[in-house]
Design a protein around this ligand. Sequence first.
Ligand SMILES: [Zn+2]
Length: 383
Amino acid sequence: MTAATALIGIGLLATQDDALGEIAGAAVVTAGEQIVWVGPAGSVPEADDQVDMGGRAVVPGFVDSHAHLVFAGDRAAEFEARMAGTPYAAGGIRTTVAATRAASDDQLRANLAALAGELLRAGVTTFECKSGYGLDVATEARSLRVAREFTDETTYLGAHVVPPDIGRDDYVALLTGPMLAACAPHARWVDVFCERGAFDADEARAVLTAGIGAGLGARMHAGQLEAGRGVQLAVELGAASADHCTHLSGDDVEALAASDTVATLLPLAEFSTRSPYPDARRLLKAGVQTALATDCNPGSAYSTSMPLAIALAVREMGMTPAQAVRAATATGAKALRRNDIGRIAPGMRADLLVLDAPSYVHLAYRPGVPLVAQVWQGGRRVV
Ligand SMILES: [Zn+2]
């Protein structure tokens, strides 16, 4: 029988499980990679090992369902110019594309390993990773091959922008033909940047439909810069997630509320581009499943800090601390259509965080403070 470990002395346990709720004075028992028992500390069953959390709060490991981590170079100069008054527009990624195409696999791998380490220390125990800085068949495919070494949640985002060296129609044909064929074996998801300056709704439909036909799940970037047709297209195609959702029509909100498509909000992008934040309260009030993710990328949000995303969601987007933590865990898992992570309950993967605080509220109450004291992943302490 697998050895069991009891985590005792938990101050406040926010399970994100509807049946279990929040438990003050809790314990969790893990065996192997899984959680096998959750309840009040007074009735914890005997285990081989005991670890005392000393009254600190425990939450599920964060699920970052939206990140762009395979690239080379950085764009600090562009950020500096933007902060001096140059407005953000889609298309600045061409600098990163040139650096990524020129980089070796080992350089891409080293950069991704560093970012994955940052994510883990910030409490992210599962992350999604997109391609999208190759924009040619060879670089997109090797980007996904490298990403697969770090996560199962890999996303083919050849449809990030149209590169300058090819016509639009030819590029969409490449995206839905040879590039998809080369990338699909290394990807779980297909994504498209449906936005002015990137791909219109007809092109987005072609890309997602082809990806779905190749066995990939759909997700979409939509509504970052203006309300368009993207969100409703994501819903129509059964996408797992529509991401950004900063600018939404009333019909968009209704369509999301009536669907299984999660609205994934990315406040670090608004923070880093000095843009208006999405209205999370409006979405939650309408019954939309709402997740938070980092959108970590070198152009518009170069941060791996899920705790900062939580603090921004509370301070700027109208979420309560409880809603923000739910969005960064259980609803993030829904955005990846995963039912084994994002909650602390028997049968789930033992991915959990010990906070240097008595309650998860401190994640928003103490912005910028590194409160993630321990990270447990698959039943093992890794931070
Ligand atoms: Zn993105």
